[in-house]
Design a protein. Structure first.
Length: 115
C-alpha cells in the first residue's frame, strides 16, 4: 500500500496551486507587454515616405497547439506590399534590430511570470 501524507497549510497549498495555474496567463500578459513595447519601437524606426508602411504595422500574439507563446510583429499586406524590401535596409531588418534589443526584456518577462 502506498500512502502519502499532507502536512501543511491547506490555504497556502491552494494559493500555490492557483499561482501555478495562472502561469500561462501571467506569461502571456508579460510577453505581450514586451511585444507591444517592441512594436512601438519598430514604429519609430520604420522608414517613412508616404506613411503607408508605418500604418500597415501591427502586432499580435497567441498560444499555439503546444502551449507555446507566439508573438508577431508584421508590416505589409495590401497596404504596403513593398514592406519586405523597405524593412531590409542596411543588412538586418528593422524588426530584427528591435527584437535583438528586446531579448533581455523577453527573458525578464518569462522570469517574472515564473516568480
Amino acid at each position: 500500500m502506498a500512502t502519502r501524507r499532507f502536512d501543511g497549510d491547506v490555504n497556502a497549498f491552494i494559493a500555490q496551486a492557483r499561482h501555478i495555474a495562472d502561469f500561462p496567463d501571467r506569461l502571456k500578459r508579460n510577453m505581450d507587454a514586451v511585444l507591444e513595447a517592441a512594436f512601438i519601437d519598430t514604429q519609430a524606426e520604420v522608414h517613412v515616405i508616404s506613411g503607408m508602411l508605418k500604418e500597415s504595422g501591427d502586432w499580435s500574439s497567441h498560444t499555439d497547439e503546444n502551449g507555446d507563446y507566439v508573438g508577431e510583429i508584421s508590416y505589409g499586406g495590401a497596404l504596403a506590399p513593398y514592406a519586405i524590401y523597405e524593412l531590409q535596409r542596411k543588412g538586418h531588418t528593422t524588426l530584427d534590430n528591435v527584437m535583438i534589443r528586446y531579448s533581455d526584456a523577453f527573458e525578464a518577462a518569462i522570469n517574472e511570470a515564473l516568480e
